[in-house]
Design a protein around this ligand. Structure first.
Ligand code: PLP
Length: 381
């Protein structure tokens, strides 16, 4: 028998979260951001649930090919643009739209031979200082692109550094408005945090939500997924493979990090950092056993974690352990309904939901939850 660990993707939750995005974004067209293999879920596993989006945004050319191979004929946007001149051939062949964030990318386009003029998204650096043209250099880049026969339509985009936090979007938005005031072209501003927190000011022709589609709150802990009415799209679950009875003074795991202060039962669960569970998750990190909330004790090891069974006295070998997501995903489980938000686990481990969902390791088998019948969602026109 294989190890009992399983990741489960929940398509109905992906559909629900996309609907939530539409509620905030109103008439904006929605790029479903599926970079990093759909935030660790698997592009092929999320595609059907997200095909009601207006386009798919990602950054790896091989991932763009996979979206086309699934039969998607609508827009695909490369969020970092091309990495070398010959990538433009694939853009021509597959009709990929691409970000242009630096002069080299314009030079490559100018030298590119194509019958198919490209749709490009010109990126402004609005203060994050990763990719994009400085505001004062945007106009000349826009003019250069518009003069190229290789370019069909030039759109304008920016990316917020602080849409999720107290610094907010005022300065970035003002810089973008100022630099683009009299430049024609469609606009794309908002990531998930901007879609949820600053919808009125960041709605535009296109929005670019990622994490919100996967049911994690971009501004946790200020708001949680329930506040934004998001549903978890990924569950990581396993089973107990052992139980130990500890006496006062007994320790647990490598480094004897946890020492029992009272007699207690602990369970040994088949998940570790080699599965993508964060090694830094400390004693106290929440976990569900048979749908009941309890906590990690002792260090996470490569293939196992240890959990306090005090609140679940009936648990034993074979009991379901949910690391995040929805209880009841394993065969034979009767524990439906209980939720463990990925954001709470991430916070305990000093990271964000994004990292945990992306890090589920290749050795973990993945199932797609069977869908109750839903009427098909048609893309907006
Ligand atoms: C990843 C990414 C997004 C989506 O960000 P979320 O915080 O996941 O919504 C949007 N735009 C760009 C340019 C990105 O790289």
């Amino acid at each position: 028998m294989p190890r009992p660990i399983l990741a489960t993707v929940h398509p109905a939750a992906l559909q629900h979260n996309l609907t939530q995005v539409r509620r905030h974004a109103l008439q904006s067209r929605v790029w479903a951001v599926v970079k990093a293999n759909a935030y660790g879920h698997g592009i092929e596993r999320v595609f059907d649930a997200l095909r009601a989006a207006d386009g798919f945004a990602l950054l790896d050319l091989a991932e763009a090919e996979r979206v086309r191979a699934l039969g998607w004929r609508g827009p695909i946007l490369l969020l970092e643009g091309v990495f070398e001149p010959r990538d433009l051939e694939l853009c021509s062949r597959l009709g990929l739209w691409h970000t242009v964030h630096c002069d080299a990318q314009i030079d490559w386009l100018a030298a590119h031979k194509t019958q198919q003029p490209h749709r490009v998204f010109l990126k402004m650096n609005s203060g994050m200082n990763r990719l994009g043209f400085a505001p004062e250099r945007l106009r000349s880049a826009w003019a250069r692109l518009n003069a190229l026969t290789q370019v069909d339509e030039v759109s304008l985009m920016m990316h917020f550094s602080d849409a999720d936090g107290p610094k907010g979007i005022d300065a970035a938005l003002a810089a973008f408005d100022e630099a683009t005031r009299d430049l024609s072209g469609e606009r794309s501003l908002a990531n998930s945090a901007a879609v949820l927190r600053h919808a009125e000011r960041t709605r535009a022709d296109w929005v670019r939500p990622g994490i919100v589609l996967y049911g994690s709150a971009p501004d946790f802990p200020e708001h949680d997924a329930a506040h934004w009415q998001l549903q978890p799209t990924q569950t990581l679950a396993t089973r107990l493979i052992g139980v130990q009875q500890l006496q006062v003074g007994d320790s647990v795991g490598y480094g004897s990090r946890f020492v029992a202060e009272r007699p207690m039962r602990i369970g040994i669960a088949a998940v570790g950092y080699a599965d993508g569970y964060p090694r830094v998750a400390p004693t106290g990190t929440p976990v569900l056993v048979d749908g009941v909330r309890t906590q990690l004790v002792g260090r996470v090891s490569m293939d196992m974690v240890t959990v306090d069974l005090t609140p679940v006295p009936d648990a034993g070998v074979g009991s379901e352990v949910t690391l995040w997501g929805r209880a009841g995903t394993l065969a034979g489980s009767t524990q439906r309904g209980a939720l463990l938000p990925i954001d709470e686990v991430a916070q305990a481990a000093g990271t964000v939901g994004y990292e945990l969902m992306c890090a589920v390791a290749p050795r973990v088998p993945v199932a797609v939850e069977a869908q109750q019948h839903q009427p098909p969602l048609e893309p907006r026109t």
